[in-house]
Design a protein around this ligand. Structure first.
Ligand code: IPE
Ligand code: IPE
Ligand code: MG
Length: 232
């Protein structure tokens, strides 16, 4: 089987999962975190080398404060609970997104975890947090404009490689497979630059139900795809 090197996932449907059961939305998010842990383990098992998870978008800041607080608390608990998993399995932990909007204490914990796992490379786990692809692209454009203004680079030299190296995902391969759960047919401002040639897979399954069977189904589907990259 052809295993994708990099999988990106738009983890959607936590709210609907909870609603279907008459439970508060936060229980759906909590169940979603268990699925994150499970998915990390499945990537280790199958040899996927990069996993990028959309946890919180720049647009998600418009959600109620209580939900935002609960989501960030869940992330903090996830780091505390899984740090051993990261060390035991040589997982590099990274955050991609607007760091300036993340609460100071949590950011300190995130950055310590990044530093402590920076030498690992069996699996790179990117958590997209306060992430927006347009924001990321604008940020890269700003850095390059500044570099051009100060004479560090010539605008003529700006190519795809240089541009990519100023994105949050600098140095990482683009996703081979983009999965979205809960059936929505949109990319919701996720990795717009990086998914240019990713294979898309949308499942009706809600994120809290995305188990090993669902994971394998996505990989099997990917495996049968004919990636032509415009070349024939
Ligand atoms: C996905 O679940 C998690 C985040 C966006 C943080 P949602 O909360 O969007 O769940 P639905 O789309 O309402 O079902
Ligand atoms: C996308 O889900 C963002 C994350 C999964 C973190 P949303 O639920 O926020 O996206 P829309 O509103 O359906 O586009
Ligand atoms: Mg949603």
């Amino acid at each position: 089987m052809n295993i994708p090197k990099h999988i990106a996932i738009i983890m959607d449907g936590n709210g609907r999962w909870a609603e279907k059961r008459g439970l508060p939305k936060v229980i759906g998010h909590k169940q979603g975190v268990d699925i994150v842990k499970n998915t990390v383990k499945l990537c280790l098992k199958t040899g996927v080398q990069y996993l990028t998870l959309y946890a919180f978008s720049t647009e998600n800041w418009s959600r109620p404060d209580s939900e935002i607080k609960a989501l960030f608390q869940l992330l903090e608990n996830f780091i505390d609970n899984e740090i051993k998993l990261f060390h035991d399995n040589k997982i590099k932990f990274c955050i991609i997104g607007e760091r300036s909007r993340i609460q100071k204490d949590l950011l300190a914990k995130v950055e310590k975890t990044e530093k402590d796992t920076s030498d690992y490379h069996d699996l790179t786990l990117n958590i997209a947090l306060s992430y927006g692809a347009r924001q990321e692209i604008l940020n890269a454009a700003r850095i390059l404009a500044q570099d051009a203004k100060s004479g560090k680079i010539d605008p003529k030299d700006i190519d795809e490689k240089m541009f990519s190296s100023n994105l949050y995902t600098a140095g990482q391969p683009d996703p081979d497979l983009l999965i979205r759960t809960s059936g929505e047919m949109r990319v919701s401002n996720f990795l717009l630059w990086q998914i240019s040639y990713s294979e898309l897979y949308v499942t009706e399954t809600l994120w809290p139900d995305f188990d090993e069977r669902e994971f394998n189904k996505a990989i099997e589907t990917y495996s049968k795809r004919d990636r032509r990259f415009g070349g024939r």
